[in-house]
Design a protein around this ligand. Structure first.
Ligand code: AMP
Length: 393
């Protein structure tokens, strides 16, 4: 189905054309008409399936027709600052030629600049919860004309770390207006989150679950290499050296990132690492350099596991399984985006085997598990063979 089959504003359709989105993705086909119809939605859709446009397109369309001006009409909350930037970039592209404005609210940017922007009364706020809540407490924003409340990566947003903030924000907005639609989206929706989310949704909300598509399983070739803990770093370096492609490496701890980064730099590879301890401007620069191909390997914590969209990424390597199983799906979802192919290799220790089995079972992964305790031994091994060993099905 084409976007032009929907009755959208001409300027918006032109902007979509400029992005070369010829057809709607499955999720867009399901979500956009429902939001245009004024329903709340709870959406479970694969990573990289066009989720952002599935909510931005109907929001931009409705707000361009709205007669209310100079007031906040949509609040979009996401879990990381990097995702705020990305959603903002998508908004900018989709809203060219309209008079809609958006404002980012997040830590790492000068507060006064953000306050000044809010005083300009943007139509849309794209924010992480911390700074947003802080600004709410000083009565900087009015929500009486809010029409859309979006929780992107909703399972993360309703996770314990953010839950009370989200409830607070939702209730504060609700004190000022009842007249808004709530849109909740993620690639993973555990049962407890599904139950919780109904507290935010109107009774006639529409649940959209395209899980049966499971595109990621077909598009992303997944391998798990199980080995003794002492071999994992050697294995990682071999994978990087022998593949020599655009790669994101996920590490479980902040401290590991710099160490991995230095080791990879020794290989002569253009690499950088980011984690929550880095300043926002450093994070922005590194992501930009990676997107613009000036870096070929990026080492990151799970800060980057959600939502971040990087074109032409070939490989995701996980050094260890993430703490929460669903995070695995988000990490590997950095490849296989917009129906492109990709590979994911996870280096697991022998101790992680049980968790690995649970992961494969839970997500019905079509994965290859290779347990070979000695494969990473540097001496006298057929190092060249590794590539074939791990990538030929
Ligand atoms: P998202 O899941 O929103 O991060 O989108 C994943 C990727 O798909 C992004 O690079 C989008 O630019 C791209 N995309 C979104 N919608 C479409 C579409 N209808 N056709 C082609 N690509 C799209």
């Amino acid at each position: 189905m084409k976007f032009r089959d929907l009755e959208l504003e001409k300027q918006l359709l032109d902007n979509i054309d400029n992005l070369r989105y010829s057809e709607m993705t499955k999720i867009q086909e399901s979500v956009i008409p429902v939001v245009l119809n004024g329903n709340d939605v709870l959406v479970k859709a694969q990573t990289g399936s066009g989720k952002t446009a599935s909510y931005l397109v109907p929001i931009i369309n409705s707000l361009s027709q709205s007669k209310t001006r100079n007031t906040i009409k949509a609040v979009i909350l996401v879990p990381t600052r990097d995702l705020v930037n990305q959603v903002y970039d998508s908004f900018e592209k989709l809203s060219v030629g309209t008079d809609l404005t958006a404002c980012k609210i997040m830590g790492g940017i000068d507060k006064q600049t953000q306050k000044d922007e809010i005083k300009e009364r943007p139509d849309i706020i794209i924010a992480v919860t911390g700074r947003f809540k802080e600004f709410m407490s000083i009565d900087l924003m009015s929500f009486k004309n809010v029409e859309f409340f979006v929780l992107d990566e909703v399972d993360k947003m309703l996770d314990l770390g953010f839950r009370s903030d989200i409830l607070f924000i939702f209730q504060e907005i609700k004190k000022q207006t009842y007249n808004f639609n709530t849109l909740m989206l993620s690639a993973t929706l555990p049962n407890n989150i599904m139950e919780l989310s109904t507290n935010f949704l109107k009774e006639d909300y529409v649940k959209i679950d395209l899980e049966e598509e499971m595109v990621i399983n077909d598009l992303v070739q997944q391998k798990f290499l199980v080995m003794h803990k002492s071999h994992t770093l050697t294995a990682l370096l071999k994978l990087v050296r022998e593949n020599n492609v655009r790669t994101i490496i996920f590490a479980n701890q902040i401290q590991q990132c710099s160490k991995i980064e230095s080791l990879i730099r020794y290989l002569g590879v253009a690499v950088a690492s980011i984690n929550g301890d880095r300043t926002q401007s450093y994070r922005d620069n590194v992501i930009k350099d990676f997107k613009d191909n000036r870096l070929s390997v990026l080492v990151a914590t799970d800060l980057l596991s959600r939502g971040i969209d990087i074109k032409d990424l070939d490989l995701v390597i996980n050094l260890g399984l993430p703490e929460q199983l669903e995070t695995y799906m988000h990490r590997i979802g950095r490849v296989g985006r917009a129906k492109t192919a990709g590979r994911a290799v996870t280096i697991c220790t022998l101790e992680e085997k049980e968790k690995l089995n649970k992961l494969v079972e839970t997500y019905h992964l079509k994965a290859k598990i290779i347990e070979k305790e000695s494969w990473a031994k540097p001496a006298n091994e057929n190092v060249k063979g590794i590539n074939n060993l791990y990538y030929n099905k």
